[in-house]
Design a protein around this ligand. Structure first.
Ligand SMILES: Cc1ncc(COP(=O)(O)O)c(C=O)c1O
Length: 394
């Protein structure tokens, strides 16, 4: 019998086939094949998870806590999260009904969208943004309607830009403050304007607050804490960034019980529960980790100030971002596009940055530099970028 060529790809869903791979990946792959590269590319802490968090997890293993936890997460952890949300952001959530422990903020966003979207429903996505937002909306069957926060507004979205895109299919807005990649933080007054739109047009807000603790210049305001917003906001947060726990894959989501209980159905069937040993580390992080976390935040704060000063001095205009661990310098003075700049810098000087264009079209002309790397590395990276710019001076 003749064997026909069998192509497994024929089985892929149309939805998955249309999703493009992340633009960041290409640079990481290139960088990983080179030696002596300084990476300002990755968005993850250079700190190792503080010892007492790790120890709490090790202890849980020694004591034999190796089974599934309740679907929504260990009750003690949900109680700590509820207390944390109350103490830090002044919002009350019931640990029993309004908190789910997830596999990172990533899963929180995924199950939130899957619980809300019917085919063709629209979600407004403010760009430049984390690369997963648009694909995750599309994978959940929705339509991502993107809107560009512009450099002339310090990358802060203007309410009228959002209003112009609202249709009868719009169900919500995904927003992220402090923002990845720009580091922009929306203050209370700016959040109130967005909240007003959510009320006027009856929208949900998916608020990605993964960088909330990394807010350097003023106390952080969660949009969910504004009057009337608790019931229409789904807050996604987690331990990856502020607590240096990316590999533990632990996040959480808080919101109104009607929505959270629907999300719990998806979480229960798709995930079962977040890793139990990670949950023990997270309990310790929330109970006794505040000082360690603040120490890391102080370090990011001083690195931010150093980097912004250096980049501006060498002619790469860079606004002072209020939070996260990214700076977003303008590289148009070099005459290169974002992609060209990032690729040439990597090949010629072995510094990895991410082209701003991968985060949305208004990111063109910018690159994202992460300062979640040691000061020595940052100093060496700045020296190399300076050399690169001098070599390409016209
Ligand atoms: C804005 C934003 N949201 C979510 C995530 C993912 O967080 P987690 O590790 O909790 O899934 C990231 C990671 O880079 C991020 O930058």
């Amino acid at each position: 019998m003749k064997t026909e060529y069998f192509n497994p790809a024929q089985f892929l869903s149309e939805n998955v086939k249309t999703i493009k791979p992340s633009g960041i990946r290409r640079f990481f792959d290139l960088a990983s094949q080179m030696e002596n590269v300084i990476s300002l590319g990755v968005g993850e802490p250079d700190f190792v998870t503080p010892w007492n968090f790790r120890e709490a997890s090790i202890l849980s293993l020694e004591e034999g806590y190796t089974a599934y936890s309740p679907n929504a997460g260990l009750l003690e952890l949900r109680q700590e999260i509820s207390k944390y949300m109350q103490d830090r952001f002044h919002i009350k959530y019931s640990p029993e009904k309004e908190v789910i422990v997830t596999v990172g903020a990533s899963e929180a966003l995924d199950i939130a969208l899957r619980a809300i979207l019917n085919p063709g429903d629209e979600i407004i996505v403010v760009e430049p943004c984390f690369v997963s937002y648009v694909p995750i909306v599309e994978l959940a069957g929705g339509k991502a309607v993107t809107v560009q926060a512009l450099p002339e507004h310090d990358f802060k979205i203007q309410p009228e830009q959002i209003e112009a895109l609202i249709t009868d299919k719009t169900k919500g807005i995904i927003m992220c403050s402090p923002n990845n990649p720009t580091g922009t933080v929306l203050n209370r007054n700016e959040l109130e304007k967005l909240a007003k739109i959510a009320h006027t047009y009856n929208l949900l807000v998916f608020s990605d607050e993964i960088y909330a603790e990394l807010s350097y210049d003023e106390p952080y305001t969660s949009i969910a804490s504004l009057s009337g917003m608790r019931e229409r906001t789904i807050v996604m947060n987690g331990f990856s960034k502020a607590f240096a726990m990316t590999g533990w894959r632990l996040g959480f989501v808080c919101g109104p019980s009607e929505i959270l209980q629907a999300m719990l159905k998806i979480h229960q069937y798709a995930i079962m529960c977040a890793p139990t040993m990670s949950q023990f580390a997270a309990i310790e992080a929330l109970k006794n980790g505040y000082d360690e976390m603040k120490k890391m935040v102080r370090s990011y704060h001083s690195r931010r100030n150093y980097l912004v000063e250096e980049l501006n001095e060498m002619g790469l205009t860079c606004h002072l971002p209020g939070g996260a661990f990214y700076v977003f310098p303008n590289i148009t003075s070099t005459g290169f596009s974002s992609e060209e700049f990032a690729e040439k810098l990597l090949i010629e000087e072995k510094v990895a940055v991410v082209p701003g264009s991968v985060f949305g079209s208004s990111g063109e002309g910018y690159v994202r530099c992460s300062y979640a790397t040691s000061l020595e590395h940052l100093q060496e990276a700045m020296a190399r970028i300076k050399k690169f710019i001098n070599n390409h001076q016209k």
